[in-house]
Ligand binder design. Sequence first.
Ligand SMILES: Nc1ncnc2c1ncn2[C@@H]1O[C@H](COP(=O)(O)OP(=O)(O)OP(=O)(O)O)[C@@H](O)[C@H]1O
Ligand SMILES: [Mg+2]
Length: 340
Amino acid sequence: MPPLLQVENLTVSFHTKDGVVRAVNGISYAMDEGEILGLVGESGSGKSVSSMSMLRLIPEPPGKIEAGRVLFEGRDLLTIKPGKMHSVRGRDIGVIFQDPMTSLNPVMTIGRQIAEAMQVNLGMDAGAAMREAVQVLDRVGIPQARQRIKDYPHQFSGGMRQRVMIAMAISCKPKLLIADEPTTALDVTIQAQIVDLVRQLQGEMGMAVIWITHDLGVIARLVKRVNVMYAGTVVETARIKTLFKSPAHPYTLGLLRSLPSLEMSTDQDLAYIEGAPPDMINLPPGCAFWPRCGFRTRQCTEERPELIAVGESHLSACWHIDRLGAPQRAPTPSHTEVAA
Ligand SMILES: Nc1ncnc2c1ncn2[C@@H]1O[C@H](COP(=O)(O)OP(=O)(O)OP(=O)(O)O)[C@@H](O)[C@H]1O
Ligand SMILES: [Mg+2]
């Protein structure tokens, strides 16, 4: 079966007055139907831009898709007409944004908003769409859904508003759901509830999910596979279990070490990755991570490493995979239960 989504050499930049921001630098990956993929990396690594550009949701200009193909069920999303893109976004691919208020209309009741999406995308009549909106809100755990469809977005708490966003995103039964850090603004308990909700909905509906986050701990029990991103590239891709047991990129090691672990005493500082992320206008030559990497050699500063296979379904872009030593034992985070 062909993959649901196939991203090939996606390259995106922003042409600003300060220079060209090289936000996404040749990303390639594929996803099967029903697969759950995590995109992990620190702030500015290109997680949002790589995902939103394929839905044509970045401002163009200053944004520009410089190269690549994004095949969704065989159609290239980067070349289809804007009108068609609208229906892909509404019906085939659902999106949950970090800040629900950016995509909820403040002056329309949430019932109306959800129903309207179903009327437009699925051709339902107004009455049926409103009845279905109640069902969907109920499904994402909004109490008294029948009453609450008459409320406006500001009448919901942060966590409930995220649930409303999820309801909107899944109302048209998309084949792919993209969740862009939907939990970072929420407290830990509610984050866990939202992750559990998406996991449950995914199980029921069988949709594929891309979950974007800077925190591996949040998604360890949700995703099956992870793309680790650094400076607009994927530096490692692996099954989540493999990533925790045998990380094969120095940056991934750093990410894992920065997760809290059970064995750690509470006053111990979490290990962190020294140095700052690169300036995306003046990326260093070679591997973008070398200025922060303990394993660097001259080769790293001159030649960009490509992703190469280091195990089954496991790729890493590092010149020194052999020196990392396998398997690399990273601390297992206490709040994390790793998906099988
Ligand atoms: N409209 C824009 N104009 C200029 N540069 C931009 C614009 N949007 C994003 N960028 C740049 O593109 C790069 C990638 O940004 P992106 O938002 O994808 O990062 P991210 O991994 O999602 O980070 P975060 O975890 O903070 O959300 C960054 O260097 C960012 O500054
Ligand atoms: Mg982002």
